[in-house]
Design a protein around this ligand. Structure first.
Ligand code: NAP
Length: 272
């Protein structure tokens, strides 16, 4: 992404740090005006000042806790009504590293609220507006735990598996209406995420941790290459394609009028 022509406005959630802040920087350099959303107003203002000075682009900030119904409604309203918005980066999210037996269920519910409900509602606000205008892009930030739920906390993995499935379905539904959807699956990335999730990133083997600039640049390269699913660390794209083809080949076999023979031949609990 190196165009200097005006690309419209990108709304980036979770822009006050980490992956979202780097998206903001890169998108401004590529010619987008910005609307930056997160809770920490001062961090957003600071970033907005830096980006405007560097790129000359217009940068608005919205201080919002997206898990608060009124704040979320405010951001949804902007997505619906601001016709200059051409890109939504659905990035705000939190993680957890502890297993179920050591996790507080209320914290898990808050994580589902942000990672799943908020992301869904913002996509539902943006998609009809983009369809009406015949153009627009939605980038959803998932995680490699969507494919490897055993790695961290299971609710986090489940929330990101939702983001992957939802994005693939959105792309399927919106592609012929001029709207693009990309879902990005970062592996471990050097951001505050790990401190918030309770495991400092310095405790991870350095060979599995990607610098945040490299992660976002790779994700944007994937977007430019037309990818729907971008896994920045995966060296062999064929490995992903093989998995996807196997998943799609299963599809016609998953719904039939009778159970598979192996369930008919075996005894059931009712026979005991
Ligand atoms: P980060 O630096 O902690 O960024 C998280 C962002 O989300 C911050 O800007 C935070 O801003 C915002 N946020 C958190 N709660 C919010 C709320 N209730 N309302 C509005 N904004 C909120 O971590 P990051 O690594 O950049 O994470 C960004 C995304 O990448 C997340 O979806 C995460 O799951 C995903 N991801 C990260 C990694 C990794 O290893 N870092 C790997 C895979 C996927 P405020 O605190 O100012 O609200």
């Amino acid at each position: 992404m190196n165009s200097r022509t005006h690309q419209g406005t990108a709304l980036v959630t979770g822009a006050s740090s980490g992956i979202g802040a780097v998206y903001a920087d890169r998108l401004a350099r590529a010619g987008y005006d910005l609307i930056l959303v997160a809770r920490r107003a001062e961090k957003l203002r600071e970033l907005a000042r830096t980006i405007t000075t560097r790129s000359g682009r217009s940068v608005e900030t919205i201080a919002a806790d997206l898990t608060d119904a009124d704040d979320l409604a405010r951001v949804e309203g902007v997505l619906r009504s601001d016709a200059s918005i051409t890109l939504l980066v659905n990035n705000a999210g939190v993680g957890a590293t502890g297993p179920l037996l050591q996790s507080n269920v209320a914290d898990m519910e808050q994580m589902i609220e942000l990672n799943v409900n908020v992301l869904t509602r913002l996509a539902y606000a943006a998609a009809p507006a983009f369809v009406a205008r015949g153009t627009g892009t939605i980038i959803n930030i998932a995680s490699i735990v969507a494919l490897a739920p055993e790695l961290l906390n299971g609710v986090y993995g489940g929330s990101k598996a939702y983001v992957l499935a939802f994005s693939q379905s959105l792309q399927h539904e919106l592609a012929d209406k001029g709207v693009r959807v990309q879902v990005v699956l970062p592996g471990a990335t050097e951001t505050d995420f790990w401190n918030v999730a309770g495991l400092p990133v310095s405790h991870l083997p350095p060979e599995i941790v990607m610098p945040v600039d490299a992660l976002v640049d790779a994700a944007l390269a994937g977007l430019a290459q037309g990818e729907i699913v971008t896994i920045p660390a995966l060296a062999e794209l064929d490995d992903w394609t093989t998995l996807e083809n196997a998943r799609k080949a299963l599809s016609p076999q998953l719904s039939r009028s009778a159970p598979a023979p192996r369930y008919l031949d075996a005894g059931s609990m009712a026979d005991d």
